[in-house]
Ligand binder design. Structure first.
Ligand code: ZN
Ligand code: ZN
Length: 462
């Protein structure tokens, strides 16, 4: 809906858009076309063989836009990447394509099921699936609308048992994050990945009616700061106080990512583990911290205003050294050291005990806190929750900020064209690309290549 509106608005504002809308008249032109390319990293990037199906049947196109195969009903297409070519099979029909990609499109816009060749794993996705040849096997990319993507993210990132207002706050945070980080994986042919590196996204398989409701009722809403998209972040459990980003990334000035404490006692998780000094030493060294090879003690040297460890002090044979908290955390493993809100004790017999609170980096929205703030007795609305975790930000609809120039639609094209290039959507965050790469990027997308091209001006520094 929004993008249809944007398309119309821009048709009025821009000669390019007018021309393209006329060009594509009669083909369902200027439809809601803000599409993301989500790299399905959770399937791996050297998939040898995969099976596609969809309730209404599938069409499989090659990179030139020619249809390779089609199916009816829930018949399966088996796709293998073998020796630098795709081999596709439906029943006894076998066709090959030299790549570089093929796109699977459902006949009636149903979800597409991807199944592993050994039938052990299956997952359903809205939108289209592109398979791209890699030196070994192929990588899978889900081409999906922003709102459908957000539905998959909210469902995967937050339990659907959480109050609706918490799910709404998560939806808006996830939508803002997606737009502000659009193109993070551009070098790998997609925009965002489906793991917690970007945001966890499990397609339709994870969707719940409550998450869908939260996404629908907050459609278009994003957080802005001083007229720009906010660079929001979130983590699962802040342990009682969120982390000020400027203390871990000193060059970043984002006043809304300051340290806040929840206005009531919230059951944040606590955790504890211990290991002998030699064991700790071995883990730190094998985790890349070679300077710990001769360590004899570890303690906390410096904490942030929220209490997180910024620096550890390590005593070694050749003196004391300081190592940043996050380096120790990643060397030991993020699932073991759940957060840096911790204390370290060393017993006389050489056992090191870590005790901590919370899970995750602790910057921005706290998912557990959100759950409790949206529950009785506080019963906060999603507006109150977002104002608490991102103070000073504004809730705005994409259409409002597009009119003010934060998100600008440069051109629109019909999205019902078959190949990847014709469906490619792009949000160019110019702060992240030099002018040369933008020029190249645009050139590669010329010739009816975009369903939509939106320019996002992200805040400086992130
Ligand atoms: Zn990622
Ligand atoms: Zn919290």
């Amino acid at each position: 809906m929004l993008y249809r509106w944007l398309g119309k608005t821009l048709a009025k504002l821009s000669v390019v858009a007018v021309a393209l809308c006329v060009f594509s008249a009669g083909e369902g032109a200027c439809e809601d076309g803000l599409l993301l390319r989500v790299g399905l990293a959770s399937w791996g990037f050297s998939v040898k063989s995969i099976v596609f199906s969809s309730a209404s049947g599938l069409k499989l196109f090659d990179a030139s836009g020619s249809m390779l195969l089609e199916t009816e009903g829930d018949e399966c297409i088996r796709l293998s990447a073998d020796g630098g070519v795709f081999v596709t099979r439906v029943g006894l029909q076998v066709k090959s394509s030299p790549g570089p990609f093929v796109v699977a499109v459902s006949r009636a816009s149903d979800a597409i099921t991807i199944q592993s060749a050994d039938n052990k794993r299956a997952r359903r996705y809205r939108g289209k699936i592109e398979a791209r040849l890699k030196p070994v096997g192929m990588q899978l990319i889900n081409i999906v609308s922003l709102e459908d993507y957000i539905m998959g993210v909210v469902s995967a990132e937050m339990p659907s048992s959480y109050p609706l207002e918490a799910l709404k706050a998560q939806a808006i945070t996830a939508r803002t994050y997606a737009l502000a980080n659009f193109g993070k994986h551009r070098a790998e042919d997609f925009d965002l990945c489906d793991t917690s590196h970007c945001q966890t996204y499990n397609g339709v398989s994870a969707e719940t009616p409550r998450a869908a409701e939260a996404v629908r009722t907050t459609e278009e809403l994003v957080l802005t700061y001083e007229g720009k998209l906010a660079s929001v972040m979130y983590s699962s459990d802040c342990g009682g106080a969120t982390q000020d980003i400027s203390e871990v990334r000193p060059n970043v000035r984002l006043p809304y990512l300051c340290s806040v404490t929840e206005p009531m006692e919230i059951p944040h998780i606590t955790w504890e583990f211990s290991m002998s000094l030699p064991e700790l030493k071995e883990k730190l060294v094998s985790g890349g911290l070679k300077q710990c090879a001769n360590m004899s003690a570890i303690s906390v040297a410096k904490i942030s205003s929220s209490g997180r460890v910024l620096q550890f002090e390590i005593v070694t044979d050749s003196g004391k050294i300081q190592i940043e908290g996050h380096k120790v955390r990643s060397a030991l493993g993020l699932s073991l050291v759940k957060s840096l809100l911790l204390t370290v004790e060393q017993t006389q017999d050489g056992i090191v005990i870590f005790k901590g609170k919370g899970a995750g980096h602790g910057i921005g929205l706290c998912q557990v806190g959100t759950k409790w703030l949206a529950s009785a007795p506080t019963n906060w609305s999603y507006e109150q929750i977002l104002e608490h975790y991102f103070p000073g930000t504004r809730l705005q609809s994409l259409r409002a900020i597009s009119a003010s120039g934060v998100v600008r639609v440069l051109k629109t094209l019909p999205q019902n064209l078959p190949t990847d290039t014709l469906q490619r959507t792009s949000i160019v965050d110019e702060s992240r690309y030099n002018s040369e790469s933008i020029a190249r990027h645009r050139q590669s997308e010329s010739g009816c290549s975009l369903a939509f091209d939106v320019r996002v001006e992200a805040p400086d520094g992130l």
